[in-house]
Design a protein around this ligand. Structure first.
Ligand code: FAD
Length: 284
């Protein structure tokens, strides 16, 4: 039988992780981990349940950012009055996950921890100006979400680090859209996160896609063209090209060929920009 520890404070959790290094498995909702470890012999292991850690249960706006605790569930995001409407995309992504049963226990930290390229929260966070906050017994550090995902189901958290929260800078507007075979309990064929920020030097846009490459990706060329005010046709053509190069060796998957996904990525972006009544300032 493994030992099961449920700390209430972050300092207790990081202490356990340090002391039981190499033997410790972090669990939150368990919707990924329990499946992954179902057939594994857990004798001698320590399961560190972070679902009750106070510091990781918070949803709060501080200055110009939303602090979203890693132990917050998708259902809590979906019904939280504390999430401003400029982060509607985050709510949409949370409500796209699985089914009500999954959303009641699955967490932000678990999505980041699994680091699936099509994880709904991963894609929406990548489509926003996000920092991932990591803690160990030695202290806390922040990693930009782009540097957090380092490979297929791999991330930048060290063995002795816990994902504490996501710090999301508040955009002017954001949205999320998932393309899947059906409305519930379906993994993404692709998904799009889009956000726009006003800065002193003009607009900054984030465009992210899921399930197209080994990690969630940002379409940097499309982001630049949006910031410069190019027309939708030019931007969508750039996305089509960019998806081809960013997909790397991941040419085809069970859920569609890369050619199909290129078309769908461009179509999702076109649809969202048209809904936003995006007005180009150059091009056409
Ligand atoms: C039926 C079903 C449907 C699903 N549908 C979807 C879907 O539509 N979209 C989607 O994105 N996902 C889906 N998933 C996958 C899963 O629900 C999500 O990835 C979820 O976010 C995992 O969260 P969790 O809290 O259950 O993670 P857990 O299973 O507890 O943990 C997952 C991984 O993250 C690590 N971890 C968890 N919390 C932390 C932390 N704070 N710090 C460091 N590491 C941590 C764990 O060690 C483990 O490796 C589905 C799963 C099931 C079973």
């Amino acid at each position: 039988m493994p030992q099961y520890i449920i700390p209430n404070r972050l300092s207790e959790a990081t202490k356990v992780l340090k002391e039981k290094r190499g033997k410790c498995l972090i669990v939150a909702g368990g919707t990924d981990l329990v499946i992954k470890k179902a057939d594994e012999d857990m004798t001698g292991k320590v399961i560190l349940d972070v679902s009750q850690v106070e510091e990781m249960r918070k949803i709060e706006v501080v200055d110009d950012a939303l602090l979203l605790g890693a132990a917050v569930t998708f259902a809590e995001i979906g019904r939280s009055p504390l999430i401003p409407s400029c982060l509607d995309g985050l709510k949409m992504a949370a409500l796209e996950v699985g089914s009500p049963q999954i959303r009641n226990i699955a967490t932000v930290g678990g999505n980041l921890g699994t680091s699936s390229p099509g994880g709904d929260i991963n894609v929406v966070l990548m489509g926003l100006d996000t920092q991932v906050v990591l803690a160990s017994a030695g202290g806390t550090r922040k990693v930009s979400v782009e540097d957090f995902f380092v490979g297929p189901q791999k991330n930048a958290a060290a063995e002795d680090e816990i994902i504490v929260s996501a710090e999301i800078k508040l955009p002017r507007r954001s949205q999320y859209r998932k393309l899947a075979l059906r409305r519930a309990l379906a993994l993404a064929i692709t998904a799009l996160g889009l956000s726009c920020y006003d800065t002193g030097n003009g607009e900054v846009w984030y465009v992210s896609f899921g399930a197209l490459a080994p990690t969630p990706i940002r379409a940097g060329r499309a982001q630049d063209l949006l910031a410069k005010g190019y027309d939708i046709d030019t931007i969508c053509a750039a996305v089509w090209q960019e998806v081809d190069s960013l997909s790397g060796k991941r040419r085809n998957s069970l859920r569609g060929s890369i050619e199909y996904k290129q078309d769908m990525a461009a179509a999702l972006l076109r649809e969202m920009l048209e809904q936003w009544e995006y007005m180009p300032s150059i091009g056409e």
